[in-house]
Write a protein that binds this ligand. Structure first.
Ligand SMILES: Cc1cc2nc3c(=O)[nH]c(=O)nc-3n(C[C@H](O)[C@H](O)[C@H](O)COP(=O)(O)OP(=O)(O)OC[C@H]3O[C@@H](n4cnc5c(N)ncnc54)[C@H](O)[C@@H]3O)c2cc1C
Length: 614
């Protein structure tokens, strides 16, 4: 079949449509079947759920496990921990809801065959830190995917979802989604009674440190394209805390994780002169954020801040002291296995740069910013909370339902709930699915209707870049630069440069201000105008085009939120140069946005933070 003709339209009807088969999507698919025995459960994924999402390569630790069976931690403890790390601002109702259920999820993983490391003395799961347990997790994702595959009525792999569909008669009710098969080019129309978005976070919206041929080497998965934000934003769902991008301190050039090194191997950091430096910056940090610097553990962003200050003072590079720990053969093994199970690239980088951590202390650096909802950060959709626990203002229907009727989310998609990680994301998928099943049951025959015009219009829009390329290609005889189309890679680099220079990326040392952000928004608007001229050579480039659309909308949201919050809440993640201090009096609140697709305008507002746990 040619690319430009003979394209099939495939219609799929579902009770519940899960978009994205990563950790949260697999959790949602699995749990939908548990509560909805006779329902049609469909999971749609742009890659293949067997090895898709941020956990594709495997993990070495499950970072969210309470250990309630052994009295190790209680859900309240986890809420306090996440609240502290996010400088006071988390949705405590949502966080508590995940924490009280997450242990059950982890026990299922073990039952399904995930090899857990056990403490030989106690028989308990081997702790890496207070919240982390260690696993032999190279096959973590295939194990989780198997459970989802068995639960789903159908799994559609290799379908890039581009837009949600809305009910013909009720303007704020979701009715399904459309997308295309990245291998065959077929157009897919999914009609569903409830939709759960679980499409991962966003990398590559800020210019990465690794550019050119190395640009695929980012910390967060390079295929996390912000769809989890763009899909709900397009249909008017409210978003929260989108300014709360995350910057990670990681091993230089390979982005290898440092958690096991700090927590299990007990390694520590030094400046280029071999000195401890964090304490040196305590008073400086106190001047910005007050008593938050005295909290224990020190919030992640503030540790970044000390590192950045030390580098700016000319005492780099910052190094992880591994030479001592690696003299112990057990620790040396753990140090290497940690990478081999989840970030092989770091081991390869060290080999290529002649770094043996037994003899050389490797360098650390801070990453470019990422947008996500499940790590030490909490950007995402504004969701209704659990009936038994959420304050009235956080409840408008079903648990994890967004401000669009019938539209649910989990994992990186949902805002306000940091530190859920892989296990918490799967758990949140389960929570969202239970509520979505209830929603479908209670709606009964009241089903959304999809208009043919809506999906046919979208079809034209989706495939237009192939046509732009076909026509425009004839205007040039050689090379790739055309006067009439823009390639996805060019658009991506333009986006990354705008976000980097105007919204607080690496080249400005994470610094921005109102003037820069406003200019950034103007440039993003111009890029948006040019997006109708995208040219896609093939289906792969068509996917890149739609990923760019999603990244662009997510970026716009980040920039509006950053402009709205007139304080520096998370120094070390980003700085508002015109409002350098944390301002609890005016900004101890959530920021909310809503995009109106008919006008292209964003409306911003504040929402209160309720502290439910002392
Ligand atoms: C480098 C790194 C290290 C980490 N380390 C740990 C750790 O040690 N321990 C731990 O517990 N957690 C860890 N995490 C966190 C964990 O991976 C995430 O919290 C979790 O994967 C988030 O789940 P999710 O379902 O929201 O996103 P994902 O698991 O990324 O799933 C999103 C899915 O959506 C699909 N998708 C995206 N867009 C579309 C679209 N438009 N159409 C269709 N499908 C789409 C993707 O292909 C993907 O399968 C780490 C993450 C990273 C990146």
């Amino acid at each position: 079949m040619g690319l430009f003709g003979g394209r099939k339209t495939v219609f799929v009807d579902a009770d519940i449509l899960v978009i994205g088969g990563g950790m949260a999507g697999c959790g949602a698919t699995y749990e939908s079947r548990y509560w909805g025995r006779d329902l049609k459960i469909v999971c749609v994924e742009k890659a293949n759920i067997e090895r898709s999402g941020a956990v594709a390569q495997g993990l070495y630790a499950i970072n969210c496990y309470m250990g309630m069976q052994w009295g190790e931690n209680q859900p309240e403890d986890h809420v306090r921990y996440a609240r502290n790390d996010l400088m006071g601002l988390v949705r405590e109702d949502l966080g508590y809801d995940i924490a009280r259920h997450v242990d059950g999820t982890v026990h299922k993983f073990e039952e399904w065959g995930l090899p857990m490391m056990k403490d030989p003395k106690t028989g308990r799961y081997q702790r890496e830190g207070k919240w982390q347990i260690m696993i032999h997790g190279e096959s973590y994702k295939p194990i989780v995917a198997e459970a989802a595959r068995k639960a789903a009525t159908e799994v559609y792999n290799r379908i890039m979802v581009t837009h949600l569909l809305m009910d013909e008669s009720k303007p704020n009710r979701v009715a399904g989604a459309v997308g295309f098969n990245v291998r065959t080019g077929d157009f897919h129309v999914f009609r569903a009674k409830a939709v759960i978005v679980a499409a991962g976070g966003a990398s590559h919206i800020f210019k990465p440190r690794a550019v050119g041929e190395g640009m695929g080497r980012t910390w967060y998965a390079p295929w996390s394209s912000g769809s989890c934000y763009a899909l709900p934003i397009q249909v008017g769902a409210k978003m929260t805390q989108m300014e709360n991008r995350i910057v990670l301190t990681r091993f230089k050039d390979g982005y290898g994780p440092v958690g096991a090194y700090f927590l299990h191997l007990k390694t520590y950091t030094q400046n280029g002169l071999g000195e401890e430096y964090e304490k040196r910056w305590v008073e400086d940090t106190r001047a910005l954020v007050g008593e938050y610097i005295d909290h224990h553990p020190v919030p992640t962003c503030l540790r970044n801040h000390a590192l950045l200050k030390e580098l700016a003072a000319g005492r780099g590079p910052i190094r992880m002291v591994t030479k001592e720990a690696f003299q112990d053969p057990h620790k040396e093994t753990v140090g290497w296995e940690n990478f081999l199970g989840m970030t092989i690239g770091q081991a390869v980088v060290w080999a290529s740069q002649n770094i043996d951590p037994k003899h050389v202390n490797p360098e650390l650096t801070t990453s470019e910013p990422y947008v996500m909802g499940s790590h030490a950060t909490c950007s995402g959709a504004w969701a209704s909370g659990p009936e038994d626990y959420a304050p009235a203002e956080y409840q408008w229907g079903y648990n994890r339902m967004m401000t669009v009727d019938g539209l649910f989310g989990a994992g990186d998609t949902i805002g306000g709930t940091a530190h859920k990680f892989s296990s918490g994301s799967f758990t949140e998928g389960r929570i969202a699915a239970k509520a979505a099943v209830k929603y479908v049951m209670e709606k009964g025959r009241d089903q959304p209707q999809v208009s043919e015009k809506e999906y046919r219009d979208l079809e034209k829009l989706i495939y237009q870049p192939l046509e732009n390329y076909r026509v425009g290609r004839n205007e040039i005889v050689a090379g790739t630069v055309s006067p009439s189309y823009l390639l996805p890679i060019h658009g991506l680099q333009r986006l990354e440069k705008i976000m980097d220079e105007y919204a607080g990326g690496i080249s400005t040392n994470y610094m921005t201000n109102g003037v820069l952000l406003n200019r950034g928004l103007e440039l993003l608007t111009m890029l948006k105008e040019d997006m109708s001229n995208m040219g896609a050579e093939d289906l792969h480039q068509l996917q890149r085009t739609w990923e760019l659309h999603h990244r662009l909308l997510a970026s716009e949201s980040v920039t509006h939120h950053t402009l709205f919050r007139e304080e520096t809440r998370w120094p070390g993640y980003y700085y508002r140069g015109d409002h350098m201090k944390l301002d609890d009096k005016n900004w101890h609140c959530f920021t909310l946005s809503r995009y109106d697709r008919s006008t292209g305008k964003w409306a911003m507002e504040k929402a209160p933070v309720y502290h439910i746990i002392d």
